[in-house]
Design a protein around this ligand. Structure first.
Ligand code: CP
Length: 405
């Protein structure tokens, strides 16, 4: 693993580069965050300044994007995770008295349950919802207010939403850390941590891998997150296998292109099989389609069978974030290359490692950017189009700072 080349968005020289990633229309305020290392200075050209100073100082405050994780942070998390797997008894009281809020605006089995189980295994308590219609959201309560309320009772908030950029928006208003448990088709950083854990566990390293990602690459947030993470490791190349209508979005391909990461696109799974060290299957995301007929046309495009696997190498990892919807037949489950249930279990341990840090972080006074203007984004499922009070937030490339589009 390369230590000299952390995630591409965090250039050598520190975290200052990230000032360009999410900027806020406010004046630099060093007083908002205690115990900061201000060795990085904001770019002179930028009078709109990132407020995530603890993050910049090397301390992860929110996990909103995969881009919040550096190789160094990954190393630390994975190391803790391995220790938790080997010595779970040593952590049973490590977060006693702490509380996790799990706000699931969208259905989940693995992410919701694993976060709750992770908290319990650390001795923390949990509360939350998996059906927002049972809360005051159904009376029109805003995301910002819901977060402020949940964070009043909790030490960390986990949020899943069908709205892209919801976790970023939540982090602006939260006095406690916010973890993105999946925001629409955008990102799913903790699934990526589970994926990296499984690859590292099975391969002993994350480098020099030919990674095939197959299925719904347009809407598959786990795929979008995974390529950003894997691109930081040496010698990773990608083959994206999808129907033409579900290709990897241009902004993700641009991300790879600008970093010189090799990738190919294909519509064929069978011809790709012999070329791969990892095959990451994904579900066609029915819930993201506007046109049901379009989903019906594309559903079932790829089905991984025992027969197809005969073309693959003997140590190719078969991965899937789950749930599956027919794209891996049950007959594959007994193949020792199939690691998707390892991903499930590892997801709990790596979330324990994350919560172990996050639940202990001091509360802050959030200072959401003040602006007379409201954020505007052309992406109809961006949080800015659902929560009209949100301030403008720009990404370094000029895209939307909430949803990256
Ligand atoms: N992998 C994943 O996010 O699964 P859930 O939707 O069940 O949480």
């Amino acid at each position: 693993m390369s230590r000299a080349s952390p995630f591409p968005f965090v250039r050598e020289g520190g975290f200052g580069e990230n000032f360009g990633v999410f900027c806020f229309p406010r004046v630099w305020d060093k007083t908002s965050f205690p115990a900061q290392n201000t060795s990085c200075t904001p770019p002179a050209s930028c009078d709109i300044i990132c407020q995530n100073v603890e993050w910049r100082a090397g301390r992860l405050r929110n996990l909103v994007s995969v881009e919040d994780i550096t190789i160094e942070r990954w190393d630390a998390l994975y190391s803790r995770c391995c220790d938790m797997i080997a010595n779970p008894g040593e952590y049973v009281d490590s977060c006693r008295g702490k509380v996790l809020a799990s706000l699931f605006y969208e259905p989940s089995t693995r992410t919701n349950f694993s976060f709750q189980a992770a908290a319990m295994r650390l001795g923390a308590g949990t509360f939350g919802f998996s059906d927002s219609s049972t809360t005051s959201i159904s009376k029109g309560e805003s995301l910002a207010d819901t977060i402020r309320v949940a964070a009043s009772y909790a030490d960390t908030v986990v949020i899943r939403s069908k709205v892209e950029g919801a976790a970023r928006a939540a982090s602006l208003y939260s006095p406690v850390p916010v973890i993105n448990a999946g925001d629409g088709g955008h990102m799913h950083p903790t699934q990526t941590l589970a994926d990296l854990t499984t690859i590292a566990q099975r391969r002993g390293r994350i480098e020099n891998l030919r990674v095939g990602i197959c299925g719904d690459l347009k809407y598959g947030r786990t795929a979008h997150s995974l390529i950003i993470a894997l691109a930081a490791f040496p010698g990773i190349t990608f083959r994206f296998i999808s129907p033409r209508d579900l290709r990897m979005p241009d902004y993700s391909l641009d991300f790879l292109r600008t970093r010189g990461i090799e990738y190919e696109e294909s519509t064929l799974l069978d011809e790709s099989m012999p070329e791969l060290d990892i095959l990451y299957m994904t579900r066609i995301q029915e819930e993201r389609f506007e046109d049901k007929d379009e989903f019906d046309r594309l559903h079932g495009t790829y089905v991984l069978t025992k027969n197809l696997l005969e073309r693959a190498s003997g140590d190719m990892l078969i991965m899937h974030p789950l749930p599956r919807d027919g794209e891996i037949l049950p007959e594959v489950d007994s193949d020792n290359r199939a690691v998707y249930f390892d991903q499930v279990r590892n997801g709990m341990f790596i979330r324990m490692a994350l919560l172990f840090d996050f639940l202990q972080l001091p509360r802050i006074t959030p200072s959401p950017p003040e602006s007379d203007k409201r954020a505007i984004c052309r992406n109809p499922v961006c949080v800015t189009n659902k929560e009209p009070y949100l301030p403008p937030l720009n990404a370094a490339d000029g895209g939307c700072g909430y949803c990256d589009k």
